[in-house]
Design a protein around this ligand. Structure first.
Ligand code: ADP
Ligand code: ZN
Length: 436
């Protein structure tokens, strides 16, 4: 029987022990950001709090929150809390508009990241004899190199395939004999369908487990992936600002993801008042990094909505579990793994001479996200010739693709045809039904 823990004494520590680690590490981190990050020192002064006021995790609510806007305002390196010579890696969030955020890691930070991804792999039953096929994108996106580091640290056979070229993915799955697949859930579905179209039965590939995250997916989708690939499918949660994949990991129970509480403090707050809510109550997920050296972030408001439970898990792990994110407090869409805000699309439309009368329709066709942007023509750019309209549509598509990094279909529609709203405009219709 394989060892199911990577760091058993930590993953099964008593709640008192975990709190004591958290208190000690929070105190250190607060001192670190006070000494090294001008924005935090200012914010803390504004809030009337000094490092000496933070003595345990109970004092965390005295600290100010951090938002994505703060990270943009300090772009690129304003939040780094160590000298650049100690940084060994940079990653960036998937937004490609120049408003992306840049994060850094010291060697020690990477070592911890590898550990938490190795915890995830062990939790799904991976051992040194497994072949871990990583089809998350490699590059500035944290997915690929995150799971890669974990697989290598575990001592599994790491196969750094990266994303794309599905026919080649399948050849590798078959010929190299991958046993654990890591990618987005939508890509896993696509691989499953391609296998079926190929006439290959899941029994013909040795795959046994998958680690899927970076975007919302439902339990219904989990069942389809499990059937289509003949595996157990596990959820993994993470975000670039905090670390990347592995912030929270699902165990064999498949009932929520254990938060790596020795490195991150999770809080759930009311999205309107920002007051903490009790366990079991839905709210915005907030994380504080307590061991990061290069990019320690305090009370980061993720905008993800979720629930935390401290009920005992039969896997033996004592870390709290978070639910799958149930939605977001903002309007951020995740399109094929890329974070997109409707306002970014609107900016392009206005720049190209259109009015802000548009409707974005998102769907999932053959398990791939599709986006149609319906845009009204106006008197300045109205046309009723097909060739002209189609050229204008392509120009908009190219501009959106180059600024946002996502391919969309633009459909120009006649003036006045997009429904006007009496209240808040409805800019997005998401047909994907991803939360549930
Ligand atoms: P990544 O590069 O890991 O996708 P990003 O910073 O680009 O990280 O995006 C992080 C966001 O992705 C999260 O805030 C959350 O909304 C979403 N996300 C990540 N993992 C999951 C998951 N397992 N289920 C649902 N949403 C997820
Ligand atoms: Zn568990």
């Amino acid at each position: 029987m394989a060892e199911i823990y990577w760091q058993k004494e930590i993953e099964t520590a008593s709640p008192e022990q975990i709190r004591s680690w958290q208190s000690e590490r929070l105190v250190k981190t607060v001192q670190r950001v006070w000494d090294n990050v001008p924005m935090y020192r200012e914010r803390m002064k504004e809030a009337g709090v000094e490092p000496g006021d933070i003595k345990s995790v109970d004092d965390i609510t005295k600290l100010p929150f951090t938002t994505k806007q703060d990270l943009r305002d300090t772009y690129p390196y304003g939040m780094f809390a160590c000298p650049m010579e100690d940084v060994v890696r940079l990653h960036a969030s998937s937004g490609t508009t120049g408003k992306q955020i840049v994060v850094g890691y010291t060697r020690n930070d990477l070592d911890i990241w590898d550990d938490i991804c190795a915890r995830q792999l062990c939790a799904v039953g991976a051992t040194t004899s497994d072949k871990v096929h990583v089809s998350y994108g490699y590059g500035l996106f944290t997915g690929g190199l995150g799971l890669h580091g974990g697989a290598q640290k575990l001592g599994a056979v790491t196969i750094p395939v990266s994303s794309g070229n599905t026919a080649r993915q399948i050849t590798i799955l078959k010929d190299f004999g991958s046993t654990v697949l890591c990618c987005t859930p939508s890509y896993a579905m696509y691989i499953a369908e391609t296998l079926a179209a190929d006439g290959t039965s899941p029994d013909e590939i040795p795959l046994k487990a998958g680690i899927f995250g970076a975007e919302p997916w439902t339990n219904e989708m989990r069942r389809q992936i499990e059937k289509g690939l003949g595996i157990k499918a596990y959820d993994v949660y993470g975000l670039t600002e905090i670390m990347g994949p592995g912030v929270a990991y699902e165990c064999s129970e498949q009932r929520g993801m254990h938060v790596n509480e020795d490195h991150f403090i999770i809080e759930i707050v009311d999205p309107d008042t920002f007051e903490p809510v009790p366990d079991g109550t839905q709210g915005e997920i907030v994380f504080t990094c307590i061991t990061k050296e290069a990019f320690p972030i305090i009370r980061y408001r993720t905008k993800d909505i979720g629930v935390v439970t401290r009920e005992k898990c039969s896997c033996g792990r004592t870390f709290a579990r978070m639910s799958k994110p149930m939605g977001r407090t903002d309007d951020m869409l995740i399109i094929r793994g890329v974070n997109v805000f409707p306002s970014q699309i609107e900016t392009v439309l206005l720049k190209m001479g259109y009015t802000p009368n548009y409707l974005i329709e998102v769907d999932r066709v053959n398990n791939l996200d599709t986006v149609v942007v319906n845009v009204e023509m106006n008197s300045d750019n109205f046309s009723d010739t097909v060739a002209h309209i189609s050229a204008s549509e392509h120009a908009l598509e190219d501009e959106i693709k180059s600024l946002l990094g996502v391919a969309v279909d633009v459909k120009l529609v006649s003036p006045g045809s997009i429904q006007r709203s009496q209240g808040k405009a409805v800019r997005v219709i998401d047909h994907r039904k991803l939360h549930g």
